[in-house]
Design a protein around this ligand. Sequence first.
Ligand SMILES: [Cu+2]
Length: 325
Amino acid sequence: MRLSSTPVKLGAYAGGLAVAFAAAFTVGSALDPVTDTAAAAPAGSAEHEETDAGGHDDGHGAADAATPPAGLAVSERGYTLAPAAGSLPAGSSVPFAFTVTGPDGAPVQEFTEEHEKELHLIVVRRDLAGFQHVHPARDAAGTWSVPLDLAQGGSYRVFADFTPAALGEGLTLGTDLSVAGDYAPEPLPAPAATAAVDGYEIRLAGTPVAGRESELTFTVSRNGREVTDLEAYLGAFGHLVSLRTGDLAYLHTHPAQEAHGDETGGPAVQFATTFPTNGSYRLFLDFAHGGRVHTAEFTVTVGAPAAPELPASDPAAHDAIPHED
Ligand SMILES: [Cu+2]
């Protein structure tokens, strides 16, 4: 990862890009590169600074009380993520099989597609290295299978993100997967406003706060030029998975703007994400360009004391953001 040594003010720049996103986002001087390296404030402190005039969040909102973060449970609402094996040999293409069992104990056979797939599988080692976002195939008996890159040993976390047709709501279940072999845990990279992957540079702007929607803008460049022909991937120009360090609580966010077929977009992709608490998060941005999917990774500190509040002048714009899960 290439680190930006000089904080760059992106406010005016991002404001210009925002035209394409109509009025759904408040973009402007509040956007600063995410470069905070200061220690996080005590957990929960942001709750008591809630001044949103929208009135839909009393400071103990759905993000951190009524609805626990996703991905922490192997079983929820009668549905269970059941891997065929809890440990696998190391290898660069290891078959992984599992079922999702329903309230009747049988493998679920009917799913509702979300973002063009019945089930999204996210795999990451517990030290947040080795991120994979794959789409398993389901057989007639309801068993899902997909090859995983498990070349390095260690303890992996597997997240299955799906909507059982009978439930009509999305679930993300998580389970651990042990891979035998040498394990050299990687330290969490420091927070940075830029990330490099596959020859692309991605800049992140935004001011993440806990307990309510934070707007994050990723801008994709290549060879110093902004990429304006990002490709649609699974119904959007980007997919964002955020994992909380410590317990790997899971947040999956899609942009408000949908994208299909041969539509192109960029260079900016905007997300409204609700981080449940203060803390460090690892963000994984999937985007498609050149016929391939690329994943940019960022470490973000939520709740750094220096983080400015979003402007309170336009609560309607906040409420207009339609898509966040
Ligand atoms: Cu997916």
